[in-house]
Design a protein around this ligand. Structure first.
Ligand SMILES: N[C@@H](CCC(=O)N[C@@H](CS)C(=O)NCC(=O)O)C(=O)O
Length: 219
């Protein structure tokens, strides 16, 4: 039996969604974030990084969402959620499987850190830090995020999915950055992304995954 080591309200939700889409049976071992939002120490007993998601299956322990998605598709996918290997769409899916965590999430994370810095500083330093962090955000982070959001909007284009005419694993991987960015900026200027979120949130498998994973900030 495949076990998903699932941290509440986290990107691990995508793994549950993928398993639901494929109809794979699995068990969920739930971990709760502490007050500092970090994972509890027990998760380090499963994998030394102590991050979620991690899966354990057939004597293997696999961490990192993209690798987990690739494993699940190879083992249970039977060609579903992946275009044929000789198609261009196949490589677009592979692009997004790596891109979601490798390129899309870092500026979102950086933005969060910049917002946190003044709040954690001694109170007398907060105003100056706030101004400095806002400047860095404006100069470095926002332009990058605009570049990324435009890339997503273009990729979704007319088909409504990130890679090709049908839903694929790319859509599952990209759901987390799209949800996270949407919550921070809204999608007034990115109507395809707004529609994408509405469509994925309405899917039976997505909703079932939410029931298994517990409360989730983005849906
Ligand atoms: N790139 C990794 C990121 C893993 C990660 O940072 N997971 C977060 C959950 S959203 C986590 O475990 N945070 C708690 C912590 O760092 O203690 C992946 O996609 O698996």
């Amino acid at each position: 039996m495949l076990t998903v080591h699932h941290l509440n309200n986290s990107r691990s939700q995508r793994v549950l969604w993928l398993l639901e889409e494929l109809g794979v049976s699995y068990e969920v071992k739930r971990y709760e974030r502490g007050k500092d939002m970090q994972a509890p120490p027990e998760l380090k007993k499963v994998h030394p990084l102590g991050k979620s998601p991690v899966i354990t299956v057939d004597g293997l322990t696999i961490a990192e969402t993209g690798a987990i998605v690739e494993y699940i598709l190879a083992k249970y996918g039977k060609g579903r959620l992946m275009p044929p290997e000789d198609s261009e769409d196949y490589w677009t899916v592979r692009h997004f499987l790596h891109y979601a965590e490798g390129s899309a999430m870092p500026p979102l994370f950086l933005m969060l850190v910049l917002q946190m810095i003044p709040d954690r500083a001694p109170f007398f330093a907060r105003p100056i830090l706030k101004t400095s962090m806002e400047k860095v955000d404006e100069m470095l982070v926002r332009p990058q995020l605009t570049l990324h959001l435009d890339h997503w909007e273009r990729a979704i284009g007319s088909s409504g999915w990130f890679a090709g005419p049908e839903m694929t694993a790319a859509d599952i991987m990209m759901s987390f950055p799209v949800e996270a960015a949407g919550q921070r900026f809204g999608y007034e200027n990115h109507p395809s992304l707004r529609d994408f979120l509405q469509r994925i949130h309405a899917r039976t498998a997505y909703r079932q995954a939410l029931k298994r994973g517990g409360p989730y900030a983005y849906a």
